[in-house]
Every structure is written in structure tokens, then in C-alpha cells.
Design a protein around this ligand. Structure first.
Ligand code: NAP
Length: 310
């Protein structure tokens, strides 16, 4: 029997996914009709991204799961019409992209690359940077992406302190949780990376009070979600020298409005939400594998816990 897969990810997106998804489904031994328009009651699975106009999931009475193309699910998780299980995107290529982004920007700060790139003729200040083993990098969020970044940074020799909601053990990482754990991680982190989801609990987690816990001049890299940082508090902390520099990939409003102070601040680097993209080839394999599991009666992988919101 052929499955009907509704690709609800915004205009034109199916074009990039059709060939890899058809190949991945075939490799899983699944026959499927892949479409961006179908009668709701005929749909077996919905592949979803927030650019889709689909908001009411009620008529999809046969759908066994909604599979998000995005790792972050804040724009769908609270949808009350969504009663089907929701899976988020956890994909090796997405993780690899994030590891490269985070390691690159951590090394930029660690090595003080900007000073050397902009050195004038005659600048000969011979201050070698410390070794990675003399520097602590903090990771807020130790999920699929945060734990991979933490381990890559530890592999480069950094001292890594990580924070998650629930207690966790990761080889070579000083793991912490809860309010006191957050304080410990912040106080130690000369470079802080945030890879937290956007939930009511993480909103404005980095505000004037928590930013003040970081060592003076600490650097922040945020490829998680913009809502985790209180924008005004960060700008005040940058102006006061409490935060030395920030590299921000995600924002409360995207694209970041041209008048936003982050664009114009001398100690902010803005990257346009490019830290880790979902790539069709590898994402197609993840989607097909998950559908094959459900069809075989196995639990859906990477299911979002609605009560937690991620
Ligand atoms: P994940 O596997 O769900 O991990 C989330 C982590 O955050 C977990 O360790 C979780 O703790 C922790 N966490 C959540 N709420 C918390 C709280 N209130 N206090 C302390 N820790 C909390 O997510 P992921 O796949 O690593 O992705 C993380 C985020 O990255 C996504 O939500 C998305 O917003 C963002 N992202 C950005 C890009 C980009 O291009 N910029 C690309 C992909 C994803 P537990 O381990 O205890 O659950």
C-alpha cells in the first residue's frame, strides 16, 4: 500500500526534497506518494516547516505523525489543533554544521583573531593566546547540538562546562543543571555558547542579572534562539564592558530589522541564521527512517515532549 506524504514546508521547498526523499523512501522499502497538496483525510504523514500556511491539523484524521524539518519547534509545538505526535529534526549534517559554526567562532574568540586580522604595519604585541586547556567554554543546552559541540570543544582541548534541564553525564564535560548549576557554569565561562530551545522557561534567561555572573569581558555565541537573550540587557552589558563581544545567529525578529542596534554595535557580529541548515540529502534519510520505524510499529524518534515544549 502506498503512503501519502504531505510536504507542508512552504512554497517551492518540495522541489529540493523530492529526489532525495523518493530515494530515501525507496531505500527503506516504502512506497509513497509525495505531494504538496492532498485531501487532509488521505494523508499518512505531514512533513512540516514554519513557512507552510498549514495551521489547522484537525482535518488530518489519518496522519500518524508530523515531522518537522526544523530542530526548533517553537512555532508549532503550542498549536492546539496538533494532536498527532510531533518529531523534530535531529540530523547528522545539521549537527556537523553546528559543530563547525560553534568551533569556528569559539576559536575566533579564543585566539583573538580579530586583533591580528586588523593589525596595522608595525603592530608587534607578542602576546600569545592561552592554550585551550587554560580556557573554559560554557554550553547552555546539552541536547543533540549542544552535546556534540561540547564534545568537539573538549576534543580541541578546552575545559567545557555544560548546563541542561535534567542531570546529565557526558565524558570530559563538567555537566550541571538547575539554578545553582547555571550559576556555576556562567561564573566559569570566558566564552559562552547558548544552544537552548525557545520555551517560556528559557525566555530572557540571559538578562542583566545572569549576564553579570559571567567573568568580565566574556564572549557570547548564540546560535540557539534569540528569545534566550534580553536584547537590551546584552547591549547594556556590552556597553559597560561586562560582555566583551557577542556573535548572534538568531533573533527575536528575523530577518533582523536593519535599524536594530545589534547590526550597528561595534562589539556584535551578526550572522543571518546560518549556523546549521537542514540539508535535503541527509534530512530525507532521517525522515524516511522515522516513517519506516512507525510503519514497522517502532516508536517515533526525536519526539517532542509537548509539556516541555522541545
Ligand atoms: P535538544 O536536543 O532538544 O536540546 C535542548 C537542550 O536544552 C537540552 O539539553 C535541554 O535539557 C536544554 N534545555 C531546555 N530547556 C532548558 C531549561 N529550561 N533549562 C536548562 N536546560 C534546558 O535541541 P537541539 O537539537 O540541541 O537544538 C537546540 C536549539 O538549537 C533548537 O531548539 C533550535 O532552536 C536551535 N537551532 C538553531 C539552528 C541555527 O541554524 N541557528 C539550527 C538548528 C537548531 P535536557 O537535556 O535536560 O532536556
Amino acid at each position: 500500500m502506498s503512503l501519502t506524504l504531505l510536504f507542508a514546508a512552504g512554497p517551492g521547498t518540495l522541489d529540493a526534497y523530492r529526489a532525495p526523499l523518493e530515494a530515501a523512501l525507496k531505500a527503506e522499502g516504502l512506497a509513497a506518494d509525495l505531494t504538496d497538496s492532498a485531501a487532509p483525510e488521505t494523508v499518512d504523514y505531514i512533513i512540516y516547516a514554519p513557512a507552510s500556511p498549514l495551521q489547522d491539523f484537525t482535518p488530518f484524521t489519518r496522519a500518524k505523525a508530523v515531522l518537522s524539518l526544523w530542530a526548533g519547534v517553537e512555532r508549532i509545538v503550542a498549536n492546539r489543533t496538533l494532536t498527532q505526535p510531533l518529531a523534530r529534526m535531529v540530523d547528522p549534517a545539521l549537527t556537523q554544521g553546528m559543530v563547525e559554526y560553534v568551533c569556528g567562532h569559539v576559536l575566533r574568540y579564543h585566539l583573538g583573531m580579530d586583533a591580528h586580522i586588523t593589525a596595522a604595519p608595525g603592530d608587534w604585541a607578542t602576546h600569545a593566546p592561552p592554550l585551550a586547556s587554560e580556557r573554559t567554554v560554557g554550553l547552555l543546552g546539552l541536547g543533540a547540538l549542544g552535546s556534540a559541540c561540547a564534545q568537539a570543544l573538549a576534543g580541541l582541548g578546552f575545559r567545557v562546562a555544560g548546563w541542561s534541564a535534567r542531570p546529565k553525564t557526558l565524558d570530559g564535560i563538567a555537566c550541571a543543571d538547575g539554578e545553582s548549576g547555571l550559576k556555576t557554569v556562567l561564573q566559569a565561562s570566558e566564552i559562552l555558547v547558548t544552544l537552548l530551545p525557545d520555551t517560556p522557561q528559557t525566555t530572557n534567561l540571559l538578562d542583566a542579572e545572569t549576564l553579570a555572573l559571567l567573568p568580565r569581558g566574556a564572549r557570547i555565541i548564540n546560535p540557539g534562539r534569540g528569545t534566550v537573550i534580553d536584547d537590551a540587557a546584552l547591549i547594556a552589558a556590552l556597553d559597560a564592558g561586562q560582555i566583551g563581544h557577542a556573535t548572534l545567529d538568531v533573533f527575536r525578529t528575523e530577518p533582523l530589522p536593519v535599524a536594530h542596534p545589534f547590526w550597528h554595535h561595534p562589539r556584535v557580529t551578526v550572522t543571518p541564521h546560518i549556523a546549521a541548515a537542514t540539508r535535503a540529502e541527509s534530512a530525507a534519510r532521517v525522515l524516511a527512517r522515522n516513517i519506516a520505524r512507525v510503519e514497522a510499529g517502532a516508536p517515533l524518534l526525536h519526539e517532542v515532549a509537548r509539556d516541555r515544549g522541545y
